[in-house]
Design a protein around this ligand. Structure first.
Ligand code: AVJ
Length: 307
């Protein structure tokens, strides 16, 4: 963590990796975000999963489900229901950064689904983590919630390629992707009226204070979220509300001038063309592309391409 913060704070503007949002309070704040009226992503994705998963998994019966960034696995139940519908045994491999979250998820799901084997993997998917290979086939890999959007193109392609390398012809990859749309709708989703996203954003400074002994004055940074239409991503910033100095033990002192931002997150927005571009670079091809009636969000189901 210290090395990553050193690297991010060496840039202009300063940056922090978004994975550090999700300590226990941060994960609770994120859950709260998913229920906000402005944050259409989670409920729209859930609607799409409800509409399409039973049909997709009825014709093609996966025996393993590997989910990246599984978290509390709420949306995963739709897939698990379909996999265990005919009393078949199934294997669920939730992959997440947070061991306590995974333990809790595994405990609950084992109690709820008697036919399900749960084999959680604690891993940071943004690094060179190796996907498990010896799994009952076919395998459904999924990366939901539009979390791929936290990665710029090279790292998104690298992650997809690592998944692709473990895929056999009968395996599939399911992606949830937030779509490009009008700026007002996008910015409102990251600037909610109740200020939950602001609290979520600032929480990353509390994480640095606790984990690294830094001395951020958390309330001296303002939340900001802006859509960059050219890059097609939302950027979240924490903007220094005055000239100030922050000390991070092991890294030294950092000066902030009034108005200076720390970029804490990018959240890429997609269309069918940009998803196809990422998939093609990773040797994946779209088999199904489904959007909601308002074109807010998409599910893409992909197979390995052999060209
Ligand atoms: C979990 C990364 C998909 O980018 O929409 C929510 C995180 N940040 N509100 C997103 C988030 C601010 C979320 N992802």
């Amino acid at each position: 963590m210290l090395a990553e913060v050193r690297e991010g704070f060496g840039r202009t503007p300063k940056e922090l990796p978004p994975k550090y949002f999700y300590d226990a309070p941060g994960s609770r704040l994120f859950e709260e975000i998913t229920r906000l009226p402005e944050y259409y992503l989670t409920r729209t994705e859930l609607g799409l999963l409800k509409a399409w998963i039973p049909g997709w998994l009825g014709d093609w019966r996966p025996r393993s489900f590997v989910e990246l960034g599984a978290g509390s696995a709420e949306k995963s139940r739709l897939v698990l229901d379909a996999m265990t519908a005919e009393n078949e045994r199934a294997l669920y491999v939730p992959v997440d950064l947070s061991e306590p979250t995974l333990d809790e998820t595994a405990r609950r799901l084992r109690a709820e689904y008697p036919g399900l084997d749960v084999a959680p993997v604690v891993a940071d998917i943004s690094t060179n983590f190796e996907f498990p290979r010896a799994l009952p086939r076919p395998v459904l890999y999924a990366f939901l919630g539009s979390t791929l959007g936290n990665f710029k193109r090279p790292r998104a392609v690298a992650l997809l390629s690592r998944i692709r390398k473990t895929m056999r012809p009968s395996d599939r990859f399911l992606l949830g992707a937030d779509l490009k749309k009008d700026v007002a709708t996008l910015e409102a989703a990251y600037n909610d009226a109740r200020g939950v996203t602001a609290a979520f954003n600032r929480n990353i400074l509390r994480v640095l204070n606790r984990e690294l002994g830094a001395d951020f004055d958390v309330m001296a940074f303002e939340h900001r979220a802006l859509y960059d239409a050219e890059a097609a991503w939302i950027e979240m910033h924490l903007v220094s509300s005055r000239d100030q100095e922050v000390t991070i033990p092991g890294l030294g002192a950092f000066r902030f001038v009034k108005g200076e931002p720390i970029r804490t997150e990018i959240s890429c927005k997609y269309d069918r063309e940009s998803v196809t571009d990422l998939f093609t670079a990773a040797e994946l091809e779209i088999e199904e592309w489904k959007t909601d009636s308002e074109n807010l969000y998409a599910l893409a189901l992909a197979s390995p391409s052999f060209s």
